[in-house]
Design a protein around this ligand. Structure first.
Ligand code: LLP
Length: 428
């Protein structure tokens, strides 16, 4: 990533020596580069906007829901894809406008739907059952609520099966064949107004074709829905553009290539049906992944079957390798100018065999005290962290230009106990 460089043998983000940051804030430590996020946002937006006016980016808040990340993007005019009442509230507190938030999700509770109505966000509806529940809640509140339906476009998508969401067999969305009936029901339901159409086909997709196909499906459906008398204010094509985690083998499309594949299809569809809704997109990973490194200290080195560098961050802080077998590049941050000498397996501190961050990577010979930077951890890194094995979650630091500040304090061992209660019968 462009924000990383080497100075005096140390890995540096922007102007900040990562070895110094690790000393100042301790490890493990997430370091987020705001300048990188903002420039990604601007690049993504202008790639699409050069084909069509009225592009609105909704950052997928699940990638990293830190208020400082949301606020950096809010200040640039971003909205957000929010997937829970928690994300919705974070996005509003970060200063995002309710009309730029889409409340997504297959399984919203009554409380979620109430909050959606109260806060004035757009709601992406995932079933007719949910439509009826929302209509009832909105009627009771006497407040109209603008909605979209999430379409299941039934597309095969080349990515990890756990994150391919556009397949017909997944839990997501309403089948394309039932969408017209859904809009007719929404048009007739009290206190809901259909104003949008939504889809999201999956994540970490390294091929632009599926996005173009989804755009074609959505454009056709938009035509049919318009013929029903529904005025679409937005069409949301979701997120999903992947990043080249494995720089030697992954070939990742740029936002410009994504736009070149998707936008002509979208624009042609809009012209054909004589409509001009806003185009919404929901990138998460592409905006965030490369902005962040996770710094982890080598506690000990063991040369057994392999050379293990036992570090202080495991799948408690970065779940992706254990959950999706995903690859993250690792760099010895305090020896960043030294050549790789030894195949090293970077192993976390968790009590499971699967707690391997990186396997057999050529690194400078490791010793206790070395600092390893795990790259591309800005999306679905901290966001999926847990306290497993009684490990407090790490702090997050954000850098921007000359600034470096804590944007989330590290949890303490007292924090582990803070939400727990001893039942009455054990108190004596
Ligand atoms: N919109 C919706 C409705 C989504 O469900 C998602 C991601 C996005 C947008 C953003 O997709 P992106 O642009 O980030 O690909 N934990 C997994 C990724 C799960 C993504 C789930 N939904 C991982 O670490 O790879």
């Amino acid at each position: 990533p462009a924000h990383l460089s080497i100075r005096n043998g140390h890995l540096v983000t922007g102007k900040h020596d990562l070895v110094d940051l690790a000393e100042r804030y301790g490890t493990p430590l997430y370091v987020i580069n705001e300048d990188h996020i903002v420039s990604n946002f601007e690049r993504f937006q202008s790639a699409l906007a050069s084909y069509y006016p009225g592009v609105q980016i909704l950052y997928a808040a699940k990638a990293n829901g830190n208020l400082a990340v949301l606020r950096a993007l809010a200040r640039k005019g971003a909205g957000a894809d929010v997937f829970s009442s928690g994300e919705l509230t974070l996005a509003l507190r970060a200063g995002m406008k309710p009309e730029r938030l889409l409340f997504n999700g297959t399984s919203k509770s009554t409380d979620d739907l109430r909050l959606a109505v109260e806060s004035g966000v757009r709601v992406s509806i995932d079933s007719i059952d949910e439509l009826n529940q929302l209509s009832k809640i909105a009627s009771e509140a006497k407040k109209t609520v603008p909605i979209a339906f999430r379409v299941n476009p039934a597309l095969e998508v080349p990515t990890h099966p756990k994150i391919a969401t556009g397949l017909a067999t997944t839990k997501f969305g309403i089948p394309a064949g039932e969408i017209i009936a859904a809009y007719a029901a929404a048009r007739d339901a009290p206190y809901v107004i259909p104003v949008g159409m939504h889809c999201h086909i999956g994540s970490q997709i390294l091929d632009v074709e599926p996005f173009a196909r989804a755009a074609a499906v959505m454009a056709d459906l938009a035509g049919e829905v318009t013929a029903l008398g529904v005025t679409l204010e937005f069409i949301d094509l979701g997120g999903g553009l992947g990043v080249p985690y494995h720089r030697e083998t992954d070939v990742a499309p740029t936002p410009e290539e994504y736009a070149a594949a998707v936008m002509p299809v979208f624009v042609e569809g809009m012209m054909k049906h004589g409509i001009s809704p806003q185009l919404w997109v929901e990138p998460g990973r592409w905006l965030l992944a490369e902005s962040t490194v996770l710094l982890t200290r080598v506690n000990s080195v063991k040369r057994a079957f392999k050379t293990f560098a036992n570090v202080d961050a495991g799948f408690n802080l970065l779940l992706r390798p254990a959950m999706y077998d995903s690859w993250h590049e690792v760099i010895m941050a305090n020896k960043a100018d030294q050549p790789g000498e030894e195949k090293v397996t970077v192993a976390g501190p968790i009590c499971e065999t699967g707690d391997i961050i990186a396997e057999d990577r050529l690194l400078p010979e490791p010793v206790a005290g070395d600092l390893i930077a795990i790259l591309d951890t800005g999306a679905y890194g901290y966001a999926m962290a847990s306290q497993y094995n009684g490990r407090p979650r790490s702090p997050e630091v954000m850098v921007k230009g000359d600034h470096a500040e804590l944007v989330r304090r590290g949890e303490t061992i007292d924090d582990l106990c803070a939400t727990m209660l001893i039942p009455s019968w054990q108190q004596e």
